[in-house]
Write a protein that binds this ligand. Structure first.
Ligand code: FMN
Length: 350
């Protein structure tokens, strides 16, 4: 039924500018939540608990970062039935992001291009929203640096966010892979990454003692890395005992969409054209990390078959963003249901 409702709504939503449609959808969901219409919306999702990074995930399907940058919609997004929600990216100070338009649809390819540029209301605002939320699943908070913080001072920005949110997050994602903050991806290079991870790990240990709570750190990486770069990253993740890795963020590649309207807009491409490359990165990472560090797969999960490919490549959890825009909210239920049967049938090739 909900699938039919979304397929009826989608043409109307797609007539709106993408960012307007985004806010309209989230605000509608929030109103339905506040009107206590939740019982009509909540999908009963079969429990498929997974224990990873010391956390109990109700099911392995999550919402990727960027959908709820200020943690304003946690309660209503929880209605979709996901096992975990990642909010952010949040930066120490609020910032407006790039000028509009900065989000583009490529419907023929089931893709988006965005150059949002970490538009967000700052860490204090996010924290206030997180404190008000009632979400019972796993909450990840994704942190970044302000656009005007020079790269050598990036660690300082991550530390400000880490200290403020530590007590309220189930896990914390360090975003070093957005293509829309100039220089950010440089933090994936050996020297910069070592400095960053060493500083964050020290802070995590001190905060764990202070709060008597251990919050895992997860690093989010780009799909546009060579195998040499990936190998170096994997070595550093192991060396600094990072608890998880998200593969991947959006891509700078335009492979497969070159001739479509908007394809030449600056920004990161997500959705179906990213799927194969993101899965390849998961497989390469799994080859390097084995079961030592869990891989959270993101990038072009538009269907159960896409999720299956990620699991077979070595992923333990899956995140969606663009798939939700094109397939509607029932995608979460379909993926969660499929995850039970796929994982129980032991489809892992590893
Ligand atoms: C509009 C938009 C905004 C995004 N913002 C963020 C962000 O703030 N932080 C982040 O780590 N990833 C962000 N992402 C990347 C997604 O979390 C995800 O990694 C990527 O889109 C690939 O997954 P998908 O193909 O399912 O969308 C954003 C993606 C989109 C489409």
């Amino acid at each position: 039924m909900k699938k039919i409702i979304y397929s009826l709504m989608r043409p109307g939503l797609f007539k709106l500018p993408p960012e307007t449609a985004h806010h309209f959808t989230l605000n509608t969901l929030e109103i339905l939540y506040r009107l206590k219409l939740a019982p009509f919306l909540v999908d009963i999702i079969p429990a498929h608990p997974c224990h990873l990074m010391g956390l109990d995930f109700p099911n392995p399907i999550g919402l990727a970062a960027g959908l709820d940058k200020n943690a304003r919609y946690i309660n209503s997004l929880a209605l979709l039935g996901c096992g975990f929600i990642e909010v952010g990216t949040v930066t120490p100070r609020s910032q407006p992001g790039n000028p509009l338009p900065r989000l583009f649809r490529l419907p023929a390819a089931q893709a988006l291009i965005n150059r949002m540029g970490f538009n967000n209301d700052g860490i204090d605002n996010l924290l206030a929203n997180v404190k008000k939320a009632h979400f019972k699943g796993i909450l990840g908070i994704n942190i970044g640096k302000n656009f005007d913080t020079p790269l050598p001072q990036a660690l300082g920005d991550y530390l400000i966010c880490l200290h403020k949110i530590y007590a309220y997050a189930d896990y914390i994602t360090i975003n070093i892979s957005s293509p829309n903050t100039p220089g950010l991806r440089q933090l994936q290079q050996a020297k910069e990454l070592a400095q960053l991870l060493s500083g964050l790990k020290q802070a995590q240990q001190q905060l764990a003692q202070q709060h008597k709570k251990y919050v895992p750190l997860v690093i989010k990486i780009a799909p546009d890395l060579s195998i040499t770069e990936l190998t170096t990253i994997a070595e550093q993740l192991l060396k600094y005992q990072i608890e998880g890795v998200i593969a991947t963020n959006t891509t700078l590649s335009r492979c497969g969409v070159e001739n479509l309207p908007h394809a030449q807009e600056a920004g990161g491409l997500s959705g179906a054209p990213l799927s194969a490359r993101a899965t390849e990165v998961v497989a390469q990472l799994y080859h390097l990390l084995g079961d030592q560090i869990p891989i959270i797969a993101a990038g072009g999960v538009m269907s159960v078959a896409d999720a299956q490919a990620k699991w077979q490549a070595g992923a333990r959890l899956i995140q969606v963003y663009t798939g939700l825009i094109y397939q509607g909210p029932t995608l979460i239920k379909e993926l969660a249901e499929a995850s039970s049967s796929i994982l129980e049938a032991n489809v892992y090739e590893h």
